[in-house]
Design a protein around this ligand. Structure first.
Ligand code: ADP
Ligand code: ADP
Length: 227
């Protein structure tokens, strides 16, 4: 069943001489439960695409429909609510709040939404992520790999329909990268989590079900990986 439909997305930054067409008519769809890797050279428009899919950056034109909701037909507050409920975002540099504990960081999207924190889910996630002994720590007291595991917890806490990650292993050594990849695979295989991951890391891309290559703001390749 289809979860995401992207139609003819265009994104233009700036105007006149300084104009940049970061996306030039991108269309594709993603099935529920798919793991899609997005690859392509630096500056090709990958982050721009991910931000638009995540409801953080408006397209210049085109449509993004997630689970039947046309994202950019929503007003700002409805979009913010949809984002916190249905989209989990994972960034290269974690984007954790330094003055909040691990547990508070993970609970934040729910608290901002005025929703109750499911303690059972919190415990289960902290266990899977290997963070059980770290829940009262501040992000600054953790290693990079641990911080990225917290950000995965934050992305998954509200059980979103779609998880988007922008170079989730880009700041980690190979051991921590492998661990993060394995965790993403666990949520994908065991819970059918739909994942879209931007990566420069060939070993991650090859683990996906499908690779979409972006070049110069357009889809250059879209291939299902055969195993
Ligand atoms: P990638 O993620 O593939 O490296 P980006 O989506 O970050 O590519 O960038 C695509 C193009 O859009 C680049 O030319 C980049 O400089 C430009 N760009 C990205 N964000 C902005 C912005 N906020 N303002 C102006 N130009 C931008
Ligand atoms: P990545 O290589 O992961 O795509 P970038 O360094 O290109 O990351 O971009 C990091 C942030 O800076 C993004 O939020 C992007 O939108 C913004 N950005 C990228 N290029 C420009 C630009 N030319 N002008 C303003 N902001 C930009």
């Amino acid at each position: 069943m289809q979860l995401l439909q992207v139609n003819d997305l265009c994104k233009r930054y700036g105007a006149g001489e300084a104009r940049v067409d970061a996306l030039k008519g991108v269309s594709f769809s993603v099935q529920r439960g798919e793991f899609v890797a997005i690859v392509g050279p630096s500056g090709s428009g990958k982050s721009t695409l991910l931000h638009i899919l995540g409801g953080v950056d408006r397209p210049t034109s085109g449509r993004v429909v997630i689970d039947g909701t046309d994202l950019y037909q929503l007003d700002e507050s409805a979009l913010a609510i949809f984002r916190r409920r249905q989209i989990g975002l994972i960034y290269q540099f974690y984007n954790l709040i330094p003055v909040l504990t691990v547990k508070e960081n993970m609970a934040l999207p729910l608290l901002l939404d005025g929703r109750r924190v499911d303690e059972g889910r919190m415990r289960q996630l902290s266990e899977t992520l290997g963070l059980r002994e770290r829940m009262k720590h501040l992000p600054g007291q953790l290693s990079g790999g641990q911080q990225q595991r917290v950000s995965i917890g934050r992305a998954l806490m509200a059980s979103p329909a779609l998880v988007l990650a922008d170079e989730p292993t880009g700041n980690l050594d190979s051991k921590n990268s492998a661990q993060i990849l394995q965790l993403l695979q666990t949520f994908h295989r065991e819970n059918g989590q739909t994942l879209i991951v931007i990566t420069h890391d060939e070993s991650i891309a090859l683990q996906a079900d499908r690779i979409i290559a972006i070049e110069d703001g357009q889809i250059a390749r879209d291939e299902v990986i055969r195993r």
